[in-house]
Write a protein that binds this ligand. Structure first.
Ligand SMILES: COc1cc(C(=O)O)cc(C(=O)O)c1
Ligand SMILES: [Mn+2]
Length: 340
């Protein structure tokens, strides 16, 4: 029996949920409002999210999460403060609530050290205080890495303003999980119809855009040891990496893209790992392993947005070698997220 560590497991706390409920009733035009309204203000829901009752699953540890983990043989959840995290709040509220969520997460990991590990949050729009929180998360709180949900006020991580955070992540050996959120105001346009605004399509576009801006913008020349994790089978990048590499190198040759020390494919292979969260497709998994290397692929459920049992069945029925199974189910996670 393989140790099973699921690595994109969503969680929240009542104080964050309450602030998101206020956001749901605010005049914001953010693409996240649909989802935030459905999950955190369900009695005023127009999106249909209210009917999926995600909120209980997010806040719960002992009533359903742990019993299901026992029932399906999931040894550990790596917890993340669910999207959009604290990034829709003003910088002070965001800074305070990130610290509160990190404290609560550390308590859960201390209470069940073999069952829970966690990724700490921060407020990107207060970069200096965020860098301090990164040090607290990886030092005093002994958490297992960091999570952020895509853009902050429409800016992405190629923007120098965020680099003190990336510097602290690299210095503390914290892997930064870049989780999706709804597309920024300048990206959202035609993505807002047919339920394309989130998990079906825009989430992949939003994170993929962030990843490419970081790779092409030279982030990994400045921070060569920074490690980034993304979910959802690499947010479509593994499939497209040949074309991305070809077109970026051509653009660099003609001066349309800045020169970088390594190629896009090398940055993706050297500085990224990715999880299978929400993509329970054996062919996509086999391609990703063969194309990007077994050390870069990590199993995840995406609970409570994905049900637990199908995700366990998906990985346990995957046709692979024993070494590959151990790498996917716990070996890579133990290395990347410093899990004992
Ligand atoms: C933050 O809210 C989420 C909703 C869903 C969904 O299935 O509707 C999926 C994810 C996700 O893929 O992480 C996140
Ligand atoms: Mn997720």
């Amino acid at each position: 029996k393989c140790r099973l560590i699921a690595c994109e497991e969503a969680w929240s706390i009542p104080e964050v949920a309450e602030e998101l409920r206020k956001i749901a009733r605010s005049p914001t035009q953010s693409a996240d409002k649909l989802l935030v309204g459905g999950i955190y203000d369900a009695d005023h829901d127009s999106s249909g999210y209210g009917k999926m009752n995600f909120l209980h699953g997010l806040k719960d540890i002992e009533e359903q999460r742990l019993p299901q983990m026992d029932q399906y043989g999931v040894d550990m959840h790596l917890l993340t403060l669910t999207a959009p995290g604290v990034q829709m709040f003003d910088a002070d509220t965001a800074t305070d609530l990130a610290a509160l969520a990190n404290d609560r997460m550390a308590e859960i990991c201390a209470k069940w050290p073999k069952r829970f590990a966690g990724l700490g949050s921060f407020a990107p729009h207060s970069p200096k205080r965020a860098a301090k929180e990164v040090e607290r998360v990886m030092g005093e709180l002994k958490l297992n890495g960091l999570v952020v949900n895509g853009h902050t006020n429409g800016d992405y991580f190629d923007d120098y303003r965020f680099w003190p955070i990336l510097e602290a992540a690299e210095a503390t050996g914290a892997t930064l999980y870049i989780h999706p959120r709804g597309p920024s105001d300048t990206l959202k346009g035609p993505l807002m119809d047919y339920a394309m605004d989130s998990a079906m399509w825009a989430y992949g576009v939003e994170v993929g855009t962030n990843m490419l801006r970081m790779m092409a913008g030279g982030v990994f020349d400045r921070f060569p040891n920074l490690k980034v994790c993304v979910g959802h089978m690499g947010e479509m990048i593994p499939f497209f990496i040949w074309r991305i590499n070809f077109m970026n190198s051509r653009a660099q040759k003609v001066g349309r893209a800045p020169k970088t020390e390594r190629s896009m494919e090398e940055y993706f292979r050297d500085n990224f790992v990715f999880t299978t969260s929400g993509v329970e497709d054996h062919l996509a998994l086999r391609y990703s392993i063969d194309r990007m290397g077994i050390d870069n692929v990590i199993w995840a459920i995406d609970y409570p947005y994905q049900p637990m049992q199908p995700a366990v069945d998906f990985i346990e029925s995957f046709d692979c070698t024993e070494d590959e199974m151990h790498a996917l189910c716990h070996g890579n996670a133990e290395r990347v997220f410093h899990i004992a």
